[in-house]
Write a protein that binds this ligand. Structure first.
Ligand code: PNS
Length: 164
């Protein structure tokens, strides 16, 4: 069975992420969407790891063979432990490409038996990223085209409480 992993920060999950999850799921037998739990980055995320996992679970609940988990430490260590052989990453821009190539090389050097597959983001999501969603949310902008309804709701709640 070919198990793939789609790792990321997912702060929060966007429609662009969901597009990659859906498409990646069709090329592996099982896909693990893995949220990075990095204690050093805790204060920098809008949603804590449990909230990010919950939003991913909710938004992927109708996708068969998709599991949501979190990890800390090295991605390749998680992969070895869970018998995962393929890393899926989405590519939007040349800037993404440089960063992603570097990560792919590092991961390959750490574990020669794993492969990284890049999926080009669907055109309509080529501009989309979680930090723009957070920024728009902070200033009360419309994010309804960028994230699923439940995520939009949670963003609104988050900024409402943080502004009080
Ligand atoms: O959504 P992001 O922030 O671009 O995801 C980055 C992520 C989580 C895939 C990457 O930071 C990662 O794999 N971190 C775990 C630590 C690790 O394995 N580093 C080695 C590759 S540089």
């Amino acid at each position: 069975m070919k198990i793939g992993i789609y790792p990321g920060t997912f702060d929060p999950v966007t429609n662009g992420h969901l597009d990659i999850i859906l498409r990646a799921n069709s090329i592996v037998d099982k896909l693990i969407v893995a949220v990075l739990f990095n204690p050093d980055k805790l204060s920098n995320t809008l949603f804590d790891v449990a909230e990010r996992v919950e939003l991913l679970k909710e938004t992927t609940k109708d996708m068969e063979h998709v599991e949501v988990d979190f990890f800390s430490g090295l991605l390749v260590d998680y992969m070895m432990k869970n018998n995962v052989s393929v890393i899926i990453r989405g590519l939007r821009t040349i800037t993404d490409f440089e960063y992603e190539m570097q990560m792919a090389h590092i991961n390959k050097n750490l574990a020669n038996n794993i492969e990284t597959l890049f999926m080009v983001t669907s055109t309509q999501y080529g501009f989309l990223n979680s930090s723009s969603v957070r920024q728009l949310g902070f200033f009360g902008g419309d994010v309804s085209d960028m994230v699923p309804g439940i995520v939009e709701e949670k963003i609104r709640e988050k900024y409402k409480t943080s502004h009080q």
